[in-house]
Design a protein around this ligand. Structure first.
Ligand SMILES: Cc1ncc(COP(=O)(O)O)c(C=O)c1O
Length: 418
């Protein structure tokens, strides 16, 4: 940041302030993580200077010898890591990956059966608020009111009734394991394509901790962020037979030239994700989530679907008289960052919600384990009240001390991530 501080002190001071915030707060937003310094370097590299429309060996710009090698490296590493036949590493984000995948598989106006946003799905799975629900027809399945888990028989019923051209599994707030084989059966019953958006659980899948969708899905989309702990961006995996259509749908279908510094950072992300250290990290992410879920439930909090099988959980705050918005604000005041989140059958609107979503990927990257999770569960439970007599400063101090003990980006060897 030395050069930035010299050229633009105002911008540099904002970055410094954000680093301070990241360092002094506990990050429990389920979609966030801390990348290694190698990835920061890759994303800040001179590759930003280059244009390279097209694909390795077939570009619309000259001077792509090194760029081709970099993109090929990212593609090979993605395929090796997930056991996929084809990878496209150019999508700028998760939504871009989904858009391109839909374009490759569907005609405008065809039907996508995705998970309800309110039950844990994602906007880009056919919601009217997104281009995906306007350009295509979105219909939805939800979770069962009894178990708050996907009711596969209901998915089958809806699929048989509406005969969608595409079924999408995956979401941004679903705490339980997804049965990809069952989804494949349903897709086959109605002659639909099957797409898995593994953005949230990609790291767990890469580490073999969540079942892989690769044998079942026609197309798999993802971000390289969240549990993947990598570059900001997206990627698409598919069988060889879909490779041409997917590549055409990414460029020129929905994007221009790739963001090459991100493609490089994705290559590094995939390399790091193939290490034993990463597998150990993912195991700890899952252990931490299960441990936190158990502690919060022991204290009397209600968890949607009764707990978690992955890195995230949804806490229903209604039994303790709080909305999700209030919960988020209270936790923010003690230095814990979470997001308010709709829970299934939520009576509150999205700007208020009845729940908060909590994830353990980021705090596990800081090195926190069960001992720290125990303390974090005490802080969360202790501070989640509107009681004005509660001294929040005590909890703020505990958070501060924990963050001091597990510093971010201060000692590169401490936080090597490999
Ligand atoms: C399941 C899922 N898909 C797609 C996305 C979109 O990713 P991006 O914000 O990179 O476009 C998200 C982001 O949270 C997500 O959770």
């Amino acid at each position: 940041m030395k050069k930035l501080a010299l050229v633009d002190p105002e911008a540099a001071s904002l970055v410094e302030a954000e680093l301070y915030r990241q360092n002094k707060n506990l990050e429990l937003i389920a979609s966030e993580n801390f990348v290694s310094e190698a990835i920061l370097e890759a994303q800040g590299s001179i590759l930003t200077n280059k244009y390279a429309e097209g694909y390795p060996g077939n570009r619309y710009h000259g001077g792509c010898e090194q760029i081709d090698k970099i993109e090929d490296l990212a593609i090979k590493r993605a395929c090796d890591l997930f056991g996929a036949e084809h990878a496209n590493v150019q999508p700028h984000s998760g939504v871009n990956a989904n858009l391109a995948a839909y374009m490759a598989l569907l005609k405008p106006g065809e039907t996508i059966l995705g998970m309800l946003l309110q039950h844990g799905g994602h906007l880009s799975h056919g919601s009217k608020a997104s281009i995906t629900g306007n350009y295509y027809k979105g219909i939805f399945y939800g979770v069962s009111p009894d178990t708050e888990m996907i009711d596969y028989d209901e998915v089958e019923e809806i699929a048989k009734k509406h005969r969608p051209q595409l079924i999408v599994a995956g979401g941004s707030a679903y705490p339980r394991t997804i049965d990809f084989a069952r989804f494949r059966e349903i897709a086959d019953l109605v002659g639909a394509f099957f797409l898995v958006d593994m953005a949230h659980i990609a790291g767990l899948i890469a580490a073999g901790i969540h079942p892989t969708p690769i044998p079942y899905a026609d197309v798999v989309t993802s971000t390289t962020t969240k549990t993947m702990r990598g570059a900001r961006g997206g990627f698409i995996l598919s069988k060889k037979e879909r490779a041409k259509a997917i590549d055409k749908a990414v460029f020129p279908g929905t994007q221009g030239g790739p963001i090459l510094q991100n493609v490089l950072a994705k290559a590094v992300t995939f390399r790091l994700a193939s290490t034993n250290t990463f597998r150990e990290y993912q195991a700890q992410v899952k252990t931490n989530a299960a441990f936190l879920a158990d502690r919060l439930q022991e204290k009397g909090l209600r968890l949607v679907a009764g707990g978690t099988d992955n890195h995230l959980m949804l806490v229903d705050l209604r039994p303790i008289g709080l909305t999700g918005k209030e919960g988020e604000e209270i936790l923010e005041s003690v230095g814990i960052t979470v997001n308010k989140n709709l829970i299934p059958f939520d009576p509150n609107p999205p700007a208020v919600t009845s729940g908060i979503r909590i994830g353990t990927a980021a705090i596990t990257s800081r090195g926190m384990k069960e001992r720290e999770i125990e303390e974090i569960s005490d802080i969360i439970f202790g501070s989640l009240t509107k009681d004005p007599s509660l001294k929040r400063d005590i909890f703020r101090k505990k958070v501060y001390d924990l963050c001091q003990e597990f510093p971010l980006y201060l000692d590169p060897f401490e936080f090597a991530c490999i």
